[in-house]
Design a protein around this ligand. Sequence first.
Ligand code: PHE
Length: 336
Amino acid sequence: MPTRPLSDYLAEIDGADRTGLEALRVQWLGRHGSLTAALRELGTLGPKERRTAGQELNALKQAVEERLLARQRQLQAQALSSRLDNERVDLSLPGEPVALGHPHPLAVTQERLVSTFVAMGFAMAVGPEVEDDWHNFEALNFPPDHPARDMQDSFALADGGWLLRTHTSPVQIRAMQQAAPGPLRIIAPGRVYRRDDDATHASTFHQIEALVIDRGVSMAHLKATLKTFARALFGADVPLRFRPSYFPFTEPSAELDIGCLFCQQAGCAICKLSGWLEVLGSGMVHPKVLQAGGYDPERMTGFAFGLGIERIAMLYYQIPDIRLMLQGDLRFLSQF
Ligand code: PHE
């Protein structure tokens, strides 16, 4: 017969942890448990004794069972609340940093150029990157065997007369055909292709073309426009130089140079000791080109210019090799 008082059992239960509690239950109430054995022993007693001992024993057993259950619930509640404590989110902690991307230096430069021209009243125009020979050369006054074609060595597509455009100038023709005989003032940014591959010439690069056509447009308008643009981009006191040049589609033609940004014209490796940097090609639209676009060159005149966006970005950011612009190398890109 177990003779331990109830309080002993209760004290043991209250001091047990989860595994200890299960061990106590087995030890007392399991198949070979001490209380189980005591209950079984009741059968060996006489009827009178059995009754009193039975009542006591059953009361003890019930009290122990209740306390086991209560303790189990208490332990469960404690475990839950400490789990909630651990899981609590502190909203005042700083967040995990997220690595943000940023615009490519070329995109930044293009955006800067476009917004400068848009502020000057130019509208946007686009044209296809796959062109026909007529738009890319012929209509721009490059006859089939003209040597100037060699300077824009191109990627011909196998299929009858198509090529990857070598400059954005064919957009001039397309814009003229849409606007003629009315006036026109557009810029056309876009991708162009040439069979080139060295530190300053890539096979894929970007240009912005500008074209203005109206009555009485003169070289003075071209100069004033380029001056305004160059000052907006490179600063009010940047030295400018117009240098005579040649393009089949402009007459006369001129290239615009700016004073070298790197050596203040003292002469350095970037300007090849000349003190000047070449920025763009320009000129008055050739009468034959006006005609190809649907204009009467006796009534309307115009100017055009085209610049390489990579070239401007390279000047801005002092990038030594144009090919870095196309490679997507994070060691390069994360510097901007
Ligand atoms: N299309 C010429 C080039 O790619 C640039 C240019 C555009 C020159 C417009 C004059 C006028 O070199």
